[in-house]
Ligand binder design. Structure first.
Ligand code: KIV
Ligand code: ZN
Length: 519
């Protein structure tokens, strides 16, 4: 038995770049997806679902780009059970060292009748054809009966047996609408494995949504009943209430080895850096009390707990913060720190630069920040690197200069110079406050026809000289895009976040949703 199929190995299938990205406002550019994919590879995720290649040219290019750079994880592309989807996925995955096609069709009575308008036997035949077609591109084929959590057991057994015979090597059971309860979902997995005669020829996987807050519970119940792959996302990102959270599943299994008969190969010290990367790129903040990756997850505020922890850590801690990648965010650098100190601290934080020029530019920005802010913490450095990456996205629109005037009893004013496609344009505007005035000045130039859906500011560290990290979410004709910016001056951070969102709008395209399209 290879390690991949050994019964004690839990395969981690990350779908942050596909199902996570389906979350409104979480769309990512190709560069951002490649950065996240590299972080997932470094964490030793087994399979990275990089996207839905038929959805748009941008999705196709992103899957191809991820397939070209990732060497140690399998790269997967999603396809409906349609020839055009499968051949597009096969094409996008060509550069991959190891590839998988994930094809799916709905199997619940309500989906077959209302969405597909198909008879169960026709659904079964289409699933079998799809798997056979996918096998022409790769011998690693996953099949999902969509909405399995509300499908009839007999039909599930029939269709799964048929797709395994047709060559599916992984059978993924999705709780698409997050309807299931752990003991019941675990029982479903057990029944499927026991009843399907050729179930030993495939790995059983689960894919749980969090509508009732049970995605992780359902995933864990499935593992206890024989599932050996889990599909999950960083920070539980995903449509509606999200997908099962990777970090919670991985750490539950790792921490409770007395309960689980398997474990993942994950390097858990990469969890927090990866969580920060995804949250920074998507603009979806992590709630402070979120397990594993929330800012308070390892904070022991109450006196009695602190006393216990000092006497013996195990009194109140079941995991070690450093095992999931928390650093102590110590003050590391200041105005007089040199380029080498800067570079080596970033290396310790797993940040890599693709060129000397990138390192030099980021170092210049660090010096600028150190002039404004006395003490530079790890989180400042991470934001600085993220900000440098956001700035490289800012190709079409660039902030050249900004002047705001805010005075008691006076209307706030903003004067701004923007570079638009290489040409400088200036504008003045007034507003309810300096941020509002700046956004209005931008709009008087760009006229983007977007609606502002969300504006939020978070301080990266404490103190009034802390950097503010701003997220702006814009909507245009049903498309929702988030932009980010960070600066010690929150008006500048806000303006950069707005410009970042406008640039992303230019760079990402309209795409088809896999679960609402045609079949
Ligand atoms: O939730 C779901 O059913 C999916 C499928 C495409 C696997 O995301
Ligand atoms: Zn899903």
């Amino acid at each position: 038995m290879s390690n991949e199929t050994s019964n004690s190995k839990l395969i981690i299938f990350d779908t942050t770049l596909r199902d996570g990205e389906q979350s409104p406002g979480a769309s990512m550019t190709m560069d951002e997806k490649v950065r996240i994919a590299k972080a997932l590879e470094k964490m030793r995720v087994d399979i990275i679902e990089a996207g839905f290649p038929i959805a748009s040219q941008g999705d196709f290019e992103s899957v191809k780009a991820v397939a070209s750079v990732i060497k140690n994880s399998t790269v997967c592309g999603l396809a409906r059970a349609l020839e055009k989807d499968i051949s597009r996925a096969g094409e996008a995955l060509k550069p991959a060292e190891s590839s998988r096609i994930h094809t799916f069709i709905a199997t619940s009575p309500i989906h077959m009748k209302m969405k597909l308008r198909m008879q169960p036997d026709d659904v079964l035949a289409q699933a079998v054809d799809a798997v056979k077609m996918a096998r022409q591109f790769t011998d690693n084929v996953e099949f999902s009966p969509e909405d399995a959590g509300r499908s009839e057991l007999d039909f599930l057994c029939r269709i799964i047996e048929a797709v395994i015979d047709a060559g599916a090597t992984t059978i993924n059971i999705p709780d698409t609408v997050g309807y299931n309860i752990p003991h019941q979902f675990g029982e479903l997995i057990k029944n499927l494995i026991e009843r399907i005669p050729n179930s030993d020829k495939a790995i059983f996987s689960v894919h749980c949504h969090n509508d009732l807050g049970l995605a992780v519970g359902n995933s864990l119940a499935s593992i206890l009943n024989g599932a050996r792959q889990v599909e999950c996302t960083i920070n539980g990102l995903g449509e509606r209430a999200g997908n099962a959270s990777l970090e919670e599943i991985v750490m539950a299994v790792r921490t409770r080895q007395d309960v689980f008969a398997c474990d993942s190969d994950l390097d858990t010290t990469q969890i927090v850096p990866c969580s920060k990367l995804v949250s920074g790129i998507t603009g979806f903040p992590v709630q402070p009390n979120k397990a594993i990756v929330g800012a308070n997850a390892f904070a022991h505020e109450s006196g009695i707990h602190q006393d216990g922890i000092l006497k013996s850590r195990e009194t109140y801690e079941i995991m070690r913060a450093q095992d999931v990648g928390w650093s102590d965010n110590r003050m590391v650098l200041g105005k007089h720190s040199g380029r080498n100190a800067f570079k080596s601290r970033l290396q310790e934080l797993n940040v890599e630069f693709s060129s000397e020029q990138e390192l030099n530019e980021t170092f210049t920005r660090f010096k600028e920040l150190a002039d404004k802010k006395h003490e530079i913490f790890d989180d400042d450095l991470i934001a600085l690197v993220a900000d440098a990456n956001w700035s490289t996205e800012n190709e079409h629109y660039k902030l050249v200069s900004l002047r705001v005037c805010s005075e008691t009893g006076e209307t706030p004013m903003a004067s701004l110079v923007l570079e638009v496609g290489g040409k400088e344009v200036s504008a003045n505007a007034s507003g309810g406050g300096p941020v509002d005035a700046s956004f209005r000045a931008i709009e008087s130039i760009v006229n983007s026809e977007t609606q502002l859906q969300l504006y939020s500011v978070n301080n990266i560290t404490s103190g009034t000289d802390a950097q503010g990290e701003v997220t702006v979410r814009l909507e245009k004709a049903g498309r929702i895009i988030s932009g980010q910016g960070a600066d010690t001056d929150i008006v500048i951070a806000s303006t950069n976040a707005y410009i970042n969102a406008l640039n992303k709008l230019e760079k990402t395209d309209n795409r088809e949703h896999p679960q609402l399209g045609d079949v």
